[in-house]
Ligand binder design. Sequence first.
Ligand code: CDP
Length: 225
Amino acid sequence: MKKIAVAIDGPAAAGKSTVAKRVAEILNFTYIDTGAMYRAFTWYCLEKGLDCQDEKACVAVIPEVKIELKPGHIVLCNGQDVSKEIRLPRVSQNVSYIASYKDIRLALVELQRAMAETSSVIMDGRDIGTYVLPNAEVKIFQIASVETRAIRRYDENISKGIPCTLEEIEEDVRRRDYIDSHRDFAPLKPAADSVLLDTSFMNVDEVVNEVLKIIEQKMKEKVNA
Ligand code: CDP
């Protein structure tokens, strides 16, 4: 079978990764969490004591940082498993600054594209359909109201034992959406050929089924084209 790429973009905490993981399992595609890569880079800068709003300082460490995504949703930074640390509030609060620096994006996008070369992938992020994989066979832009997204992320954090309040989460989500969609290079926006999926009133199973339907439909259209 021909290699297929599915791009899922959208604002913070829209549930993209939950859905992408499930769809990847069902279709036996490789799941690539690009947000985890920006988070791992941010974690490294914070560990080094850098100010994440200091572009020059953060860009300077690019050659020191090796990020790998391993099976089982494991994220390695220079060989260290940082899968849990990258979800902590201090990383969430700083990641959108790191993700706005062009040189850091270029370095991570190179890795992301290389990962999509060898197998069928489902990749989630902010700029997958517009910039990382502009030729992806399927592009989905997944949204939900900010209140719904904040509740989803709050529940997720609490279940993982990450202390937070709903107010803090909502503020973080709004702030990241603003920075992500206003940066100069590869901002968050729907690709012209993406399917908009509003999940505000859908549960995970319903979203997974909808995404599977969209993929099937797009593949049929390609065969008939
Ligand atoms: O899961 P959540 O929606 O909280 O975010 P994420 O996918 O883990 O991404 C964390 C942050 O990384 C985002 O807020 C963006 O600033 C950045 N990001 C990006 O700029 N481009 C991507 N392709 C993926 C993430």
